[in-house]
Design a protein around this ligand. Structure first.
Ligand SMILES: Nc1nc2c(c(=O)[nH]1)N[C@H]1C(S)=C(S)[C@@H](COP(=O)(O)O)O[C@H]1N2
Ligand SMILES: [Mo]
Length: 352
């Protein structure tokens, strides 16, 4: 039976518990960081997230099997309801993650399964911390002792890696859409057009082109104010947009290079970062050297941008995740440092 051969892999109880905590923290950190990761070189982050997730699954199995008797009637204590909730959320977070990788896609309201996975994962962190407060038991030396423990952990991680790898191979051989996944887990969008996506309900009124201006200011030699006619939009490039809600698309964009606009204003020697602002207050900042290669797009697929896609001007930031491709751009600001206000501004822009 799978259960009895797994038993040989079971570390001591306290070690299982502390390992679960470690795995949850690794998953939270890799999960959150991965939301901002879009460059191919960042694939190990996603890989670690998957392998540690699978390891967590086995550890939870050990743990739940061990504590099952405590769920009998009469054996509950004050902390048990929280423990049960924590277990349910943990299993749901893992199940939605695995289902997403396997290609299951159900929309829950306007959330994709991936969004639900992220929400459950974020909820799990405070639950585990509260659970730890209620049930704290320090690990002892003996919990670690022996080569056996090291072997058990080695086997758990290698097992996780093998399962993750074979899932990829199965997808490829079976010819399912899995093979067209990006390393980020995102799926291609098929058919006409690509979705209009706003992060946290950012939804401005259509921009009036006559009144619209692009300002270039901050650490520049001479601030600029450009209107739509004065933009020289002949720069074309193909770029991949990868949204953290789990889809990607490759499109042909046209516009003006951000580097060209910056050179027109003249870059001050102290400038290191560029913040791209939206009419809504939504914004994101990028290292200057990288941002010079970005495009400020007016067109996609040969057509003027629609309102939903950011008319009259939107950022095209290759290798960056979709939420950083600021729409409805009105201002380019050169700065000395990263814009620390961007995180909050991005969350609240839709409601202010
Ligand atoms: N101003 C602004 N820009 C934004 C957003 C937003 O909510 N507000 N959403 C971002 C997100 S999450 C994505 S994935 C892309 C989606 O671009 P699209 O709507 O053209 O597909 O735009 C990004 N740019
Ligand atoms: Mo997105």
């Amino acid at each position: 039976m799978a259960g009895s051969s797994l038993a040989a892999l079971e570390p001591r109880p306290r070690l299982v518990d502390w390992s679960i905590l470690a795995c949850v923290l690794v998953e939270a950190v890799t999960g959150i960081v991965s939301l901002g990761a879009g460059a191919a070189a960042q694939w190990p982050l996603f890989w670690v997230h998957r392998v540690v997730g699978l390891t967590l699954f086995v550890l939870l199995f050990f743990k739940l099997r061990r504590v099952k008797p405590r769920l009998r009637r009469g054996r509950w204590d004050r902390a048990t309801p929280l423990s049960v909730l924590t277990a349910v959320v943990a299993l749901a977070a893992l199940a939605t993650g695995v289902a997403w990788v396997l290609g299951v896609d159900v929309d829950v309201g306007f959330w994709t399964l991936l969004n639900v996975h992220i929400g459950l994962g974020l909820l799990l962190v405070p639950l585990v911390v509260l659970h730890l407060r209620a049930r704290y038991r320090p690990v002892r030396r003996v919990d670690f002792e022996g080569r056996r423990t090291a072997l058990q952990y080695g086997a758990l991680l290698v097992g996780g890696a093998l399962v993750a790898r074979s899932q990829e191979l199965v997808n490829r051989v079976a010819g399912t859409e899995g093979e067209r996944r990006r390393f980020t887990g995102s799926k291609p969008v098929d058919g006409e057009g690509f979705p209009v996506t706003s992060w946290v309900a950012d939804d401005p009124d259509p921009v009036d082109l006559d009144a619209w201006r692009l300002r270039v200011d901050g650490l520049v030699e001479s601030p600029l104010t450009l209107s739509d006619e004065t933009l020289d939009t002949r720069d074309e490039r193909r770029a991949l947009l990868d949204c953290t809600s789990g889809w990607y698309t490759v499109e042909d964009w046209r516009g003006v290079s951000l580097g060209t606009v910056l050179d027109e204003a003249g870059i001050d020697g102290d400038a290191r970062w560029v913040t791209v602002h939206s009419v809504t207050g939504y914004r994101w900042s990028f290292p200057l050297a990288e941002a010079r290669g970005f495009l400020l797009a007016t067109h996609v697929g040969g057509e003027r941008l629609s309102h939903g896609h950011g008319f009259p001007l939107r950022l095209v930031a290759p290798q960056r995740r979709g939420f950083q491709w600021v729409k409805w751009v009105t201002r380019i600001e050169l700065r000395r440092r990263r814009d620390a206000s961007q995180y909050l501004a991005t969350l609240v822009s839709g409601v202010t």
